[in-house]
Design a binder for this molecule. Structure first.
Ligand SMILES: *[C@@H]1O[C@H](CO)[C@@H](O)[C@H](O)[C@H]1NC(C)=O
Ligand SMILES: *[C@@H]1O[C@H](CO)[C@@H](O)[C@H](O)[C@H]1NC(C)=O
Ligand SMILES: *[C@@H]1O[C@H](CO)[C@@H](O)[C@H](O)[C@H]1NC(C)=O
Ligand SMILES: *[C@@H]1O[C@H](CO)[C@@H](O)[C@H](O)[C@H]1NC(C)=O
Ligand SMILES: *[C@@H]1O[C@H](CO)[C@@H](O)[C@H](O)[C@H]1NC(C)=O
Ligand SMILES: [Zn+2]
Length: 502
């Protein structure tokens, strides 16, 4: 079952669209006037780079960044703004904060491809940093919505600098930084969607900083389409401490390792798997069928038989081990019929929100063991991801749809440690059964399905939790066929070399 992430997708889209009404439309290369040449603290060996730094956000404005575009949350994340900083009060791994490069569209990172994403912040380091990528059409009316093909774990890239005495700021952002310093992180306010403006309630003077925390992340560590970037985002929070962000920018150089910064160097890029939102095979379509209710399983099987369609099932391991569900027998039969059965975690938590890597590992290890023991799908590796996972015959090629669509850097890294280049399956067609199945208008599931296909989506996610969703399955299938698409398993639609021939 998913929902919160999907629930916010429309909100995110609205948020993306809002600034469009008030901003000029900018193309990818029309931001030159925003560039700011910045005094470099350290010259690289080759001398200064050609592309100057790009200041993205110094949080001078409540709703807009330094590029003139929207920043904020499309979700249920409490924010507190004062000129020069934005404080986030995360409570949930699905929450996120975006600062955009454009009103809505695609921004090209090409001029900065050798640069570093630099973030000056205080507080919680337990989050994921992402560059969100738009769809191929750079359009809000196409599927999928902007997604996160790759992300990094913030805490791996933190540089801590001891501050000496501080008044010789040679560097513009030093000053900005000092202006907004806060004595301590405040307790999170009650969570709602509002901005808080009661931030000046500290009862003392701010002590001088003794330590500055910054992130330096090479843009090359984000494996994304460089031409279709929408925003920088912070998400995947796995603790609830506030985060105070002062500055987001691209810089061409990083400080040299020194005793004052604990000999900081950039960590190696960890593998993070491949996030999949669409089928790659031309004219293909795939149904990813998540967890469901045992009593509807036979109906799903009968419909797929009648329609002669093969699909991919994402099975929760705990359900397989529970013999009262009959799921093991069911999935064994589905495997014989040529369907694919793939991983969907052990207990279906939001894996990225689990506090320890050990817990994320357990979700993956236990689900792999269960897949082997119950279904004979053998994995020699361990995958620590929680969202959703699909196993192909090749244990090195694991497909995983994350429960709730919650995808963060730790989950991805852990997964990729155990499975070489895993697929992490998201979707571009959402039946929205989680939204409409139990309402007086269940037919909205059909509308959602048709809408996403009209937008170009070809990888669907659905559950068999509700009889209405199952009852619509034949109509979904017919609609896909009428659109001229060929229905197949997820591994086949991804052209996985280990997938069975069509
Ligand atoms: C917002 O967060 C609060 C507290 O975490 C939660 O109770 C509420 O359901 C959330 N609302 C939405 C729309 O996600
Ligand atoms: C997964 O897909 C949904 C719907 O397109 C999108 O809102 C979400 O951002 C995607 N998740 C990631 C990690 O890309
Ligand atoms: C959110 O918090 C603000 C300030 O505390 C309050 O005025 C407002 O009513 C709250 N909104 C909701 C939906 O709880
Ligand atoms: C369990 O699943 C098998 C295989 O699909 C099926 O033949 C059998 O009828 C199911 N049993 C129950 C009680 O649903
Ligand atoms: C609809 O409600 C039933 C009963 O509360 C629940 O078991 C089922 O999971 C719900 N369906 C969906 C799709 O949320
Ligand atoms: Zn699920």
């Amino acid at each position: 079952m998913r929902s919160p992430l999907s629930l916010i997708a429309p909100a995110f889209a609205v948020a993306l669209l809002l600034p469009a009404a008030t901003s000029l439309v900018h193309g990818p290369y029309e931001l030159q006037h925003w560039f700011e040449t910045r005094h470099e603290r350290t010259k690289s060996a080759e001398g200064p780079r050609l592309t100057p730094s790009l200041v993205i956000d110094t949080f001078q404005d409540l709703l807009h960044n330094d590029l003139g575009f929207w920043h904020g949350t499309g979700e249920n994340l409490t924010l507190q703004h004062e000129p020069g900083s934005m404080r986030l009060f995360p409570t949930h791994p699905d929450q996120n904060f975006h600062t955009q490069f454009n009103a809505y569209g695609c921004f090209s990172l090409l001029p900065w491809q050798d640069h570093f994403l630099h973030v000056v912040f205080e507080g919680n380091e337990d989050f994921t940093v992402s560059l969100n990528e738009n769809n191929a059409e750079c359009s809000p009316n196409r599927a999928p919505f902007p997604g996160v093909p790759d992300s990094v774990q913030a805490s791996r890239y933190v540089m801590r600098t001891r501050e000496e005495s501080s008044d010789d700021g040679t560097d513009d952002w030093d000053e900005g930084f000092k202006l907004v310093q806060q004595p301590e992180m405040k307790k999170p306010p009650p969570t709602n969607n509002s901005y808080r403006d009661d931030v000046h309630d500290d009862n003392g003077q701010a002590p001088a900083y003794s330590e500055r925390t910054e992130l330096f992340i090479p843009l090359s560590h984000f494996r994304i389409n460089q031409h279709r970037v929408v925003s920088v985002s912070f998400s995947g929070f796995y603790t609830k401490e506030p985060i105070l962000i002062h500055r987001v920018e691209f810089v061409s150089n990083i400080p040299a390792p020194s005793p004052s910064n604990n000999q900081f160097t950039i960590p190696e890029k960890l593998p993070t798997g491949q996030l999949v939102l669409r089928c790659s095979r031309p004219n293909s379509f795939a149904f990813g069928i998540d967890d469901g209710q045992p009593q509807y399983a036979q109906d799903v099987m009968r419909i797929l038989d009648e329609e002669d369609v093969r699909a991919t099932f994402f099975a929760v391991a705990a359900g397989l081990r529970d013999s009262s569900t009959n799921f093991t027998t069911f999935y064994q039969e589905m495997l014989k019929k040529g369907h694919q059965v793939a991983l969907h975690s052990n207990t279906h938590p939001r894996m990225e929100g689990l506090p320890t890597l050990g817990q994320i590992d357990q979700e993956i290890v236990q689900s792999m063991l269960t897949m082997r023991d119950e279904l004979g799908i053998d994995c020699t590796s361990i995958f620590p991801h929680h969202v959703g996972m699909t196993l192909t015959k090749d244990p090195n090629s694991l497909i995983l749809p994350p429960p709730f669509g919650t995808v963060g850097a730790r989950m991805r890294q852990q997964l990729a440690q155990h499975i070489r280049n895993p697929y992490i399956v998201n979707w571009s067609v959402d039946v929205e059964d989680w939204l409409w199945a139990n309402t007086s208008t269940p037919e909205k599931q059909l509308e959602a399905f048709y809408r996403d296909i009209a937008r170009g989506g070809n990888l669907a996610v659905m559950h068999f939790l509700d009889p209405t969703t199952v009852a619509y399955l034949p109509q979904f299938i017919r609609h896909v066929r009428d659109a001229g698409l060929h229905i197949m398993r997820v591994d086949q639609c991804l052209e996985d070399p280990n997938s069975p021939n069509l």
